[in-house]
Design a protein. Structure first.
Length: 267
């Protein structure tokens, strides 16, 4: 059985785990290794259960501890060429990935990585590069899309395939407009290479959710420009207004910024 945990989702650090009885992978490593060790131990798991790391992009909140985790446990790190270069250039990553552990994974390609069939695809964002991942295991399709400037037709096609989906709902548009960010930062967030709002996230689900979709998690909520309950209510209201009932048509949850989730069984 495939299982999913979020260890943190937001600008303070992003890290997700998928695992089976025999294999495990992390998507992004934006929390410290000591924190990750503690969280994993609390679930009765071990860092040695992780055999692969996938990186979406090279911003610090997604890669902070990648070199340390990879180096200490000799775990290969899969990312595009530009993301690997960005990690090497990012001063926030004090310990770099050892060349032997740096694996190139170009957009649009599919690799069999241990138990998992993984496909990477482009996600627009103002990083060196950014990808989403479709991960298949024993007939289950899991997709993750974070730090989304805008939703492309390619991304829509992967949403339509998904049984389980992690999708960004970064900000409430009114909170962003009236919030503390300077003008240039507000413009960056709402640009086509910034972040996805609650409303656009919901509209994307309305347009692309299929009967095969079983669970959606809203990820990467802004601390300054969003709130978990506001994100949930906004998305749920738009879904209901379009005849989609969360809890009936599919489950809807919000991933917290600094608090690990429960263990979700993806059947």
């Amino acid at each position: 059985m495939l299982k999913f945990i979020s260890f943190g989702s937001g600008s303070s650090g992003n890290c997700y785990m998928l695992y089976t009885e025999t294999d495990g992978l992390l998507i992004d490593t934006g929390i410290g290794i000591r924190t990750l060790k503690k969280y994993i131990h609390n679930y009765g798991l071990k860092l040695t259960d992780i055999h692969h790391i996938l990186i979406t992009h090279d911003h610090a909140d997604h890669i902070k501890s990648v070199g340390t985790i990879s180096g200490d446990y000799f775990i290969p790190v899969y990312a595009t060429r530009d993301v690997h270069q960005g990690i090497n250039n990012n001063y926030c990553v004090r310990r770099k990935i050892q060349p032997i552990n740096a694996k190139q994974f170009e957009k649009g390609s599919t690799l069999q990585i241990g138990d998992f069939e993984v496909t990477s695809f482009n996600v627009p964002h103002d990083s060196s590069d950014n990808v989403g991942y479709r991960i298949r295991y024993e007939g289950v399709t899991f997709c993750l899309m974070t730090d989304v400037g805008h939703v492309t037709e390619e991304m829509k096609s992967y949403i339509q395939e998904a049984n389980y989906l992690v999708l960004e709902a970064n900000h409430d548009e009114e909170m962003l407009e009236n919030g503390p960010y300077p003008t240039y930062l507000k413009e960056r967030v709402r640009s086509d290479y910034g972040h996805l709002s609650n409303r656009v996230c919901a509209d994307t689900l309305v347009e692309n959710a299929t009967p095969r979709l079983r669970h959606v998690w809203l990820c990467h909520l802004s601390e300054e420009n969003n709130h978990p309950e506001l994100a949930r209510k906004t998305v749920e209201m738009i879904l209901r207004n379009n005849g989609i009932i969360p809890g009936k048509d599919f489950e809807l949850d919000v991933l917290k910024r600094q608090t690990p989730s429960e263990i979700y069984e993806l059947t």
